[in-house]
Design a protein around this ligand. Structure first.
Ligand code: MN
Length: 246
């Protein structure tokens, strides 16, 4: 049996067609195709605001991809909004945080991407740099204009981490972020950094598989086998979970 992998959803406002301004639930297709290619069965998990419903959403999953998107509202890490903060969507922050906490409560594996690693860190008590220009020593281009699938900057990976088992001790990744992790949430460790010290990956140190990356492997997985391996690892963890009796 292939495991069921949820992909956390967002909203998109369609300004064209018959109902301009209509809200639609969506995820980017490359998350879906990456899960399929990795041997999982993808389900889009739409934003809902009822905690009981979120619990049931999670009960039906074997694993979760937390997808990318908006900046996290600084309200959730007790900061005022600074001038370079981007667009926020606090309802989605609430949904994602409930989803993450429920995945941990049910000990199911999570793979968090871009905004996903940021909301993951905030959900467990960490904080963010609201813009990379506020970070001393940050000099690398973390918001590339080249093709989404093109790896641009290098990362150094902590040996003896889940990530080094998957990618080895160094890798090259794409980069589409203007924020970064600041204080790391208790219970997590940094497992990859860019050459300028920006955090590129974290992992949960407890007995649940929760791995977050700052780049976008779903944009690379169609042509880059090591990036696909990140999804294959989630699927393998989800499969273990599926075969364990509850
Ligand atoms: Mn980067």
């Amino acid at each position: 049996m292939k495991p069921i992998i949820g992909v956390s959803g967002s909203h998109i406002i369609d300004q064209s067609g018959r109902w301009p301004g209509y809200t639609r639930a969506y995820v980017n297709d490359n998350y879906i195709q990456s899960v399929v290619k990795a041997g999982g069965v993808p389900y889009m998990i739409p934003l809902v605001y009822d905690e009981e419903v979120i619990k049931h959403q999670v009960e039906n999953l074997d694993g979760l991809v937390l997808s990318g998107g908006q900046d996290v509202s600084p309200v959730f890490y007790n900061e005022e909004p600074l001038q370079k903060l981007g667009g926020i969507f606090p309802e989605r922050d609430q949904f994602d945080m409930l989803l993450i906490r429920q995945m941990l409560a049910q000990k199911k594996p999570v793979f968090a991407i871009c905004r996903g690693i940021q909301i993951l860190n905030v959900a467990f008590g960490g904080s963010l740099h609201q813009d990379l220009s506020y970070v001393d020593g940050c000099y690398i281009k973390h918001n590339q204009y080249s093709s989404p699938s093109l790896a641009t900057h290098t990362i150094t990976i902590e040996p003896q981490s889940q990530l080094s088992n998957i990618l080895g001790e160094t890798s090259r990744v794409n980069s589409f972020h203007h924020q970064a992790l600041k204080d790391i949430a208790p219970g997590f460790k940094v497992t990859a950094k860019a050459a300028d010290g920006i955090v590129e990956a974290i992992e949960y140190v407890g007995d649940s598989y929760i791995l977050g990356v700052q780049w976008h492997p779903e944009m690379m997985a169609a042509t880059n086998s090591s990036m696909l391996t990140l999804f294959e690892n989630l699927v393998a963890e989800a499969k273990k979970k599926k075969t364990q009796p509850c």
